[in-house]
Design a binder for this molecule. Structure first.
Ligand SMILES: NC(=O)c1ccc[n+]([C@@H]2O[C@H](COP(=O)([O-])OP(=O)(O)OC[C@H]3O[C@@H](n4cnc5c(N)ncnc54)[C@H](O)[C@@H]3O)[C@@H](O)[C@H]2O)c1
Length: 261
């Protein structure tokens, strides 16, 4: 028996990285999943691999209200209802605050913060209509502390925690639990864009990543996207039945303090 048997979950940013692992794990645990992303080729291929009976892909730019409406219709057409949402799509831009162009700041807000708001606003009524369920928002280590050169990103991830808490309070009576995952450094194209660069040496970029996180993370390594997916599963299933409105850190101990060895 799977932990998500009978459930229907929308996962955004599901074409790669953490969203891909969440989609894979949720299907393995019995859910049917609507994958949304703007990387259509990768998203379509993943849905096809998982199987049409349990996974469908739609183009879902989380900043667009019409895409959200279409995704909700697609999920109901394919699977009959929606009772779960993982707001996972996100972007990261590195810049010093005093050098950040307004357009760049606003782009990060649109995807990470407005995208999460639109997801909750569109899907919560569907989850209520299905009799209740769960929403998992993807915040970050930087939702709980500062970090140089990620001002726009950290601001949006702090905002995601605010949205999570308000949504949890407002939606509890509708039988919807809302929580947030706060990953530290996770091995995806977001943290290691060199891995996508055909000109880069993959062994060298892996060595640099390993060396950095060996020093700064108490558990001595970068996290794997499947480790975040397991937390999203916990927050999406009955194992977390008395938990709502909370941030959950999955960071190898990074936030706990500075390692001196
Ligand atoms: N990787 C990390 O270290 C880390 C740490 C903390 C939080 N996070 C968060 O985890 C989430 C997943 O990131 P990841 O690490 O898997 O990175 P990733 O870049 O591999 O995946 C992000 C996905 O979001 C999609 N996306 C981007 N803009 C979109 C839009 N407008 N509409 C729909 N989809 C869009 C991308 O196409 C991609 O598939 C993000 O919210 C990110 O901020 C990541």
């Amino acid at each position: 028996m799977g932990k998500l048997d009978g459930r229907v979950v929308i996962v955004t940013g599901a074409a790669r990285g953490q969203g891909e692992q969440e989609a894979r794990l949720f299907v393995a645990e019995g859910a049917r999943v609507l994958l949304g992303d703007v990387l259509d080729g990768q998203g379509e291929a993943l849905a096809a691999e998982l199987g049409e009976d349990v996974a469908r892909y739609v183009h879902l730019d989380v900043t667009r209200e019409d895409d959200w409406e279409a995704a909700a219709v697609a999920a109901k057409d394919a699977f009959g209802k929606i009772d779960g949402l993982v707001n996972n799509a996100g972007i990261l831009r590195f810049n010093e605050l005093v050098s950040t162009p307004l357009a760049e700041f606003q782009q990060v807000v649109q995807v990470n913060q407005v995208g999460c708001f639109l997801g909750i606003r569109t899907v919560a009524p569907e989850i209520e209509a299905a009799g209740g369920g769960t929403i998992v928002n993807t915040a970050s280590y930087t939702a709980l502390t500062g970090m140089a050169f990620v001002g726009a990103y950290a601001a949006t991830k702090h905002a995601v925690l605010g949205l999570t808490r308000v949504a949890a309070v407002e939606l509890a009576a509708r039988k919807i639990r809302v929580n947030a995952v706060c990953p530290g450094a996770v091995d995806t194209p977001m943290t290691n864009p060199a891995a996508l660069d055909p000109a880069a040496d993959p062994a060298e970029s892996k060595r640099a990543v390993d060396e950095l996180y060996r020093k700064v993370v108490p558990l001595g390594r970068i996290g794997q996207p499947a480790e975040v997916a397991r937390l999203a599963l916990f927050l999406s299933c009955e194992d977390s039945s008395y938990i709502t409105g909370q941030p959950f850190v999955v960071d190898g101990g990074w936030l706990a303090g500075v390692s001196v060895i």
